[in-house]
Ligand binder design. Structure first.
Ligand code: GDG
Length: 461
């Protein structure tokens, strides 16, 4: 069997992975099999990076990493990837900051990745690149003469042509993606939007899932990501004995726990969620003193201005809610920017009576799936889920809300808190079946199968 080479912006150091906060790191952790290679940035900034990747082996997997200069990292990662592409792909044009020099830096780092990987690549490898940092990478790897199967998965949403057109280099980016053999999106809607962009911006021909451009064809399909559901469910059950989980359970003193877990990111809808919680306490005073909201919110991307502003906003909102509703022996909102160990997180989900997942846009949202997997069958909690998370396409038995409407989130929280046990169980059975059906392993197998057996791929969807 051909070697699988995974390429992503960041390659976490193996022994630090259990603390990783971020969907991509968590998902890839389940995808890595012995014999595979993972290539990407080491996380180190140096003034004169070596052109050759540094190679280490851990648990049968080869980790090949390169360093970047601080300037390259600033324009590639802070400037273009997170300052322009991330807001654009999350429908936030007002936050998109496009600068030509950042785009030039983005191209240069992608070229460095392609150049450096080609030094350790074998001609019969299968290459799978991940996420919005690496849109032009496939075209550049082809320029180094690589002709093997080359796939790409976008973890974040994609946008319709009318929105993508705001990006001055939209045509180049769409054309670059067409150098891959296979492109996966989290939902069919995003796959369709990409095909529409290729058609409208480049005149590509669309034939079912296939996009034909300049004599090449690329399959563009939906392949929703999943979690290691059985493993996570076991971890959640085991973590009932985790000291921190026990301390939290004890501190609840019989009150219901509502839980939110998100990287601190403006796409996650945190201010609206906090406001919604305030409205719940205002409009349904019967819940006062009977609920604690725990929001775990590890800080991320603080180099980008908007993320620093978000932090200040959340500090303010937390103060306002606690200042207004707290009683001497009850604090309604607990908010922590410290990451929790994964086992603790699993245990906390399990004792959660409400999981509150309300992003304004999200490719999938793994927290929604983790919350479901962690619930006890006999007395499950209720998931409140944004209609704009990819997960909402699958998890239709959750309480689906429009995250732009804090009153709607508050109403759903009230419904969840008062839902009879029989209905909670019924919803949980359906949700759990879905989370256990499309796991990380299924996601990976579907992608690799589609990538390595192109002749078997259907010509029309
Ligand atoms: C991107 C897309 C897509 C969070 N806090 C802690 C912690 N986490 C873990 C969660 C979950 C992961 O990080 C977050 O995953 P999400 O899917 O919610 O979000 P993104 O980071 O934005 O991920 C997203 C995903 O890629 C996969 O394709 O679903 O749409 O944006 O696993 O549990 N983990 C630990 N401590 C924390 O405090 N250990």
């Amino acid at each position: 069997m051909a070697r699988l080479v995974i390429v992503s912006n960041r390659v976490p150091i193996p022994k630090a992975r259990s603390m990783a906060a971020g969907g991509l790191a968590v998902a890839l952790h389940d995808l890595l099999v012995p014999g595979a290679m993972w290539f990407g940035w080491s996380g180190r900034l140096t003034s004169e990076p070596a052109p050759q990747p540094a190679v280490v082996e851990a648990r049968g997997v080869t980790f090949a990493t390169i360093d970047l200069t601080a300037e390259a990292h600033r324009s590639f990662y802070v400037g273009f990837a997170n300052g322009a592409l991330w807001p654009l792909l999350h429908f936030r044009l007002g936050l998109m900051h496009f600068r030509r020099e950042d785009y030039a830096g983005y191209l240069a780092v992608n070229a460095t990745f392609a150049d450096s990987l080609s030094q350790v690549l074998q001609s019969d490898d299968t290459v799978w690149a991940h996420d919005y940092h690496l849109l032009p990478f496939g075209r550049m790897l082809r320029q180094h003469g690589f002709n093997g199967p080359l796939g790409f998965f976008l973890h974040v949403p994609f946008v319709p042509p009318s929105m993508l057109e705001a990006m001055p280099v939209a045509r180049e980016l769409v054309a670059d993606l067409c150098a891959y053999d296979l492109i996966g999106f989290q939902t069919e809607e995003h796959a369709r939007d990409f095909r529409d962009c290729a058609n409208r911006m480049l005149g590509a021909t669309i034939d079912g899932e296939w996009v034909r451009l300049n004599g090449r064809r690329t399959r563009v399909f939906a392949n929703p990501i999943g979690i290691n559901a059985p493993g996570f469910a076991e971890e959640a059950e085991r973590s009932a004995n985790d000291r921190l989980v026990q301390r939290v359970a004890g501190s609840l003193a019989g009150r219901a726990l509502a839980i939110g877990v998100d990287r601190m990111d403006y796409s996650k809808g945190l201010p609206n969620r906090f406001e919604a919680y305030g409205r719940l306490l205002e409009r349904h005073p019967e819940h006062r003193r009977h609920i604690h909201f725990l929001q775990i919110c590890p800080r991320s991307r603080e180099e980008v201005d908007e993320y620093r502003k978000l932090r200040a906003e959340l500090d303010r909102l937390t103060g306002r809610i606690n200042g207004r509703f707290s009683e001497f022996d009850w604090t309604p909102l607990r908010y922590s920017t410290r990451p929790a160990p994964r086992a603790t997180l699993a245990g906390l989900y399990r004792i959660g009576r409400l999981g509150v997942v309300t992003p304004l846009r999200d490719g999938m949202n793994l927290v929604a799936k983790e919350f479901v997997a962690a619930q006890p069958d006999e007395d499950p909690g209720v998931l409140v889920l944004s209609q704009f998370a990819g997960a909402a396409y699958e998890l239709t038995e959750a309480l689906i809300v429009n995250p732009f409407d804090p009153d709607a989130i508050a109403d759903a929280m009230h419904v969840g808190l008062t839902m009879p046990l029989a209905e909670r169980r019924e919803r949980q059975v359906a949700l759990k079946a879905k989370v256990f059906r499309i796991t990380a392993e299924v996601f990976c197998r579907r992608f690799i199968d589609a990538l390595t057996t192109p002749t078997l791929m259907p010509v029309a969807a």
